[in-house]
Design a protein around this ligand. Structure first.
Ligand code: SF4
Length: 368
């Protein structure tokens, strides 16, 4: 029986020319993520899904490891079409190896024999027609690290745009200038998982912090709608000094970037830290506000974090979007995306009106 790596080897195409460069001694430099691997002929990159064969960089194409319909609040995007259905797909593999990963079945499929998610062959047209049939507003590349499978995402996003849908990445942000330029024409929304503000922590996870910070700065400059998530892990990234540096950095890029601080629960191989408590989450969220962030949210503990699930006007504090978990219970923004009380324009990508919510919990496409 073919191994998972062998099954994936045949599901590839040549890399986009923007994401590869021939360098010395027959090696190819891959620019799909911040590792920028120099890959010799016959070898794979750190992600284990992009490989050099005979001077051609082969990259994943034509399958999914998972598809699910999520409320957009789950991604999470809180300032982009609240209530919208986000048709979410993922491939396999990742360029990092976080021991607490909550998508490990797809992200670590090529590193960990316990993580098995067989590929299912499909086409951009099939995925997008399913998204339209189910009433999705956004198509999202997620579950594995989308940067390492950017060519496949762009094919799907081109079809999604033709069908009038928006597009999004849910990513660790370990990008390069080349991959961000390549994605920009096709991408509306980007969530970056800012895991820590300490380079030593990033190295434990298999990366570096600087490419992630550069991605955040670049996406903001490029005008891609950006939201940031930090999973608060007790003892790993929750020191007041680290949270101060992290939130001050974000506020320095723009105080209007929404920051979601979310609760950790024991998962995958990281079972030592305690689960994050509501008090810890609220105190981190308040710290973000004190450091200048205008839109701060506390996630994963619905109903236990007070007002930090809701969007309030930064100017007059009027309640604009009320939520419980992924459920939108109230929406008062004007058709121009402004506060109805004081008229302040609220940063984000808002529709002219709230169109209701198809689902406030995830579901599998085949179940509808
Ligand atoms: S996607 Fe990243 S890890 Fe994979 S080959 Fe390219 S540079 Fe290396």
């Amino acid at each position: 029986m073919a191994t998972l790596a062998e099954m994936l080897e045949s599901r590839t195409v040549a890399a986009a020319p923007e994401l590869v460069e021939a360098i010395e001694r027959g090696r190819l430099r891959c620019y799909a993520c911040g590792h920028a691997c120099p890959i010799p002929d016959g070898a794979v990159g750190v992600c284990k899904v992009r490989f050099n064969r005979g001077g051609v960089l082969h990259v994943p194409y034509g399958y999914v490891g998972g598809v699910q319909c999520d409320p957009i609040e789950k991604k999470p995007f809180f300032h982009a079409h609240p209530g919208a259905l986000a048709f979410s797909f993922g491939m396999l593999g990742c360029d990092l190896h976080c021991s607490y990963c909550q998508n490990w079945v797809t992200s670590q499929a090529l590193r960990d024999p316990a993580a098995v998610a067989p590929p299912r062959d499909t086409t951009p047209g099939e995925l997008v027609s399913n998204a339209v049939r189910l009433g999705a507003r956004v198509v999202v590349s997620t579950y594995n690290e989308p940067l390492i499978t950017s060519e496949w995402a762009v094919s799907i996003f081109a079809a999604a745009r033709d069908a009038g849908l928006m597009t999004a990445f849910v990513s660790n942000g370990n990008g390069t200038p080349q991959v961000l330029r390549y994605l920009r024409p096709w991408l509306d929304l980007y969530k970056v998982d800012l895991k820590s503000f300490d380079d030593r922590h990033y190295r434990e996870l298999g990366g570096r912090i600087e490419p992630v910070l550069a991605t955040i700065r670049s996406l903001h400059e490029m005008g891609v709608w950006l939201e940031i998530v930090t999973l608060l892990i007790p003892g790993f990234n929750d020191s007041p000094a680290e949270l101060d540096r992290l939130t001050a950095f974000l506020a320095g890029v723009s105080p209007d970037i929404p920051w979601h601080v979310t609760a950790f629960h024991k998962d995958y191989r990281m079972s030592d830290p305690d689960d994050t408590t509501p008090d810890m989450l609220v105190s981190a969220a308040e710290r973000g506000q004190r450091n200048g962030l205008r839109y701060v949210y506390a996630g994963n503990l619905p109903g236990r974090v007070g007002d930090f699930e809701n969007t309030r006007c930064h100017g007059c504090r009027a309640l604009l979007v009320e939520r419980h978990g992924y459920l939108v219970t109230r929406y008062t923004l004007t058709e121009n995306g402004a506060c109805p009380e004081c008229g302040m324009v609220i940063p984000g990508r808002w529709g002219p009106r709230f169109e209701g919510q198809i689902a406030s919990v995830p579901f599998l496409p085949r179940s509808r």
